[in-house]
Design a protein around this ligand. Structure first.
Ligand code: F6R
Length: 261
């Protein structure tokens, strides 16, 4: 786990965008795992700008989104399908057949979720998985208590997630769908690289629990401690509860020095 502490959300997004750009230039067939929510919006904005500047070509990229609500149609203004179209897919050249977001209109969830997992495997697996983190430590919609080896499945959202996401539903918690399809923790752990982004004081407790706490299903993000290639890119506010801030900063400075020699 590499902890990268930055002054602002813009710096976080810039570093994540650079990682994706470098990987895409090396491998035009990159498979990306994508997140929604407020945090990655700045990252998508930078990637879109790089595409517009002809710095990046997404024509052979495949994407898999982490999650989608159950119970609202894909064209709902707050669906993650709509989110991805608005912030990313409508502005870059990823072929539509390469874009995968869990579908919320299916009846047979078990076979649907198995097929979603199979598509990830058949694509060669996720090269870079972008993650946000919930204030309760969830990743994707794997809430407190999710098995650390869970796979793609339907889940019920926790009270704290319903509250946090109400902001997108006119602050009406009762309008937030109670269920979602999510990639599992085990599915996420199979990505070759994970990049978790977080900014703001409201994420500081989740970050300290995930990074310096015990590995526990109570904090699903803590399982990333077991992932061999994970970057936690956070701002000073999100980092503020960490005990080893100075050490993480020194590690990052030294890594940059090594990379530049
Ligand atoms: C969404 C997702 C969620 C969010 C998390 C943080 O696809 O996977 O786990 O990353 O709820 O959301 P924001 O960024 O809105 O604070």
């Amino acid at each position: 786990m590499e902890i990268i502490i930055q002054p602002s959300n813009h710096h976080i997004a810039t570093i994540a965008a650079e990682s994706i750009s470098d990987a895409l230039k090396k491998n035009p067939n990159l498979v990306l795992g994508l997140a929604t929510g407020s945090t990655p919006i700045a990252l998508y904005k930078i990637l879109v700008q790089k595409y517009k500047n002809r710095e990046l070509d997404f024509s052979r990229v495949t994407t898999f989104n982490l999650d989608e609500y159950i119970g609202i149609p894909c064209h709902h203004p707050q669906s993650y399908h709509t989110f991805m179209a608005k912030h990313f897919f409508d502005h870059v050249n990823i072929p539509i057949e390469n874009q995968h977001i869990p579908q919320n209109a299916t009846g047979d969830f078990e076979s649907y979720c198995e097929k979603y997992e199979k598509k990830i495997k058949d694509s060669g697996g996720i090269d870079i998985q972008i993650l946000g983190i919930g204030t309760d430590g969830h990743i994707a919609f794997n809430e407190t208590g999710s098995s650390l080896s869970s796979r793609t499945r339907p889940v019920t959202l926790s009270e704290s997630t319903l509250k946090a996401n109400a902001i997108h539903f006119n602050s009406d918690k009762s309008a937030v769908p109670e269920m979602a399809i999510t990639m599992g923790v085990g599915t996420i752990m199979e990505a070759k690289q994970c990049i978790l982004l977080a900014s703001g004081k409201s994420k500081s407790e989740a970050i300290v629990n995930a990074v310096e706490g015990p590995i526990t299903a109570s904090v699903p993000a803590s399982v990333l401690q077991m992932h061999p290639n994970t970057f936690i890119i956070i701002d000073e506010d999100a980092a503020s509860a960490l005990k080893e801030i100075d050490y993480y900063k020194r590690c990052y400075e030294n890594r940059l020095k090594l990379l530049s020699t």
